[in-house]
Ligand binder design. Structure first.
Ligand SMILES: C[S@@+](CC[C@H](N)C(=O)[O-])C[C@H]1O[C@@H](n2cnc3c(N)ncnc32)[C@H](O)[C@@H]1O
Length: 262
């Protein structure tokens, strides 16, 4: 099994929009912390719905360029920007330009792909001297219910964790976020900086929509594998819609580091 969330599902753009709504402010902050300049050439890997690719196009201006890649590019193709180049590209195996980019942003992609460590090494080679690598990587150990009836707290914590653990069979690493700093330090990079963001969320938060849509997508697998019964699955989904339920999110690790100028 591999990446499970193709773009053909009728709710996939909405699922990606929920992710963008929660995480874009933090990606933008991590990018702005590198002091980006007009004219930069940027790479957005696994660009998905394209919100960061589109924002980068404005940031680098007409003298700059943004290359946005994905295995499926229909959402990226819909962006209207003269300095955007969209490429159908599999980051696990397709050729990648070397010493070509001032900044590379890759968010919510690495944890899904078993080749994650090798991908990071390829991305370092794709950077110009002094270029910035910005991996945004999640870690699911922080997810838990914080406000709900006592028995629902225990039920949520157990069943949410079971679904996340079961997803490992697809090659997904739910705990990659905590390793990102060590991996960046093992590469030829400097100025490594890692921060983690945890959100408190309720039914109205975009993360509730992201979790519900993601689980809906995994429903057949979750039930057929015996991870959860149909009743448990519906109860978990229902909890995330309750007005008085509050949870803590997965941790969003914002990492950045840059190549050494020879
Ligand atoms: C969870 S989505 C995140 C999208 C976007 N990076 C964001 O954070 O808004 C993961 C994206 O990675 C893409 N993807 C999956 N496998 C890939 C691969 N081998 N090479 C490039 N992109 C891939 C998917 O098609 C999807 O658009």
């Amino acid at each position: 099994m591999s990446y499970q969330f193709d773009h053909q599902w009728h709710q996939e753009r909405a699922r990606l929009a929920a992710l963008e709504s929660a995480f874009d402010p933090w990606s933008k902050r991590a990018i702005l912390d590198t002091n980006p300049q007009p004219g930069w050439r940027c790479l957005e890997v696994g660009g998905g719905g394209g919100s960061i690719a589109e924002w980068l196009c404005g940031l680098v201006g007409p003298k700059g360029e943004v290359v946005a890649t994905d295995v499926e590019t229909k959402f990226l193709e819909a962006i209207n920007a003269d300095n955007l180049q969209v490429q159908t590209h599999d980051i696990t195996k397709d050729p990648l330009e070397e010493s070509a980019f001032d900044l590379i942003h890759i968010r919510a992609v690495l944890a899904h792909l078993p080749q994650r460590d090798a991908i990071l090494r390829r991305l370092v080679a794709a950077l110009r001297p002094g270029g910035w690598l910005i991996p945004i990587v999640t870690d699911f150990s922080s997810v838990r219910a914080v406000q709900a009836p006592e028995r629902e707290i225990a039920f949520f914590d157990k069943t949410f964790a079971s679904v996340i653990e079961a997803a490992r069979v697809t090659g997904f690493d739910p705990y990659y976020g905590r390793r990102i700093g060590a991996i960046l330090r093992s590469l030829e990079l400097k100025d490594v900086c890692v921060e983690g963001i945890v959100f408190e969320w309720d039914a109205g938060h975009p993360l509730a929509a992201l979790y519900q849509k993601t689980f809906l997508r995994l429903r057949d697998f979750v039930v057929s594998s015996g991870t959860l019964s149909e009743e448990e699955f519906e109860r978990l989904q229902g909890l995330m819609r309750l007005p008085d339920f509050y949870g803590l999110s997965n941790t969003l690790f914002l990492a950045r580091a840059r190549t050494v100028i020879a």
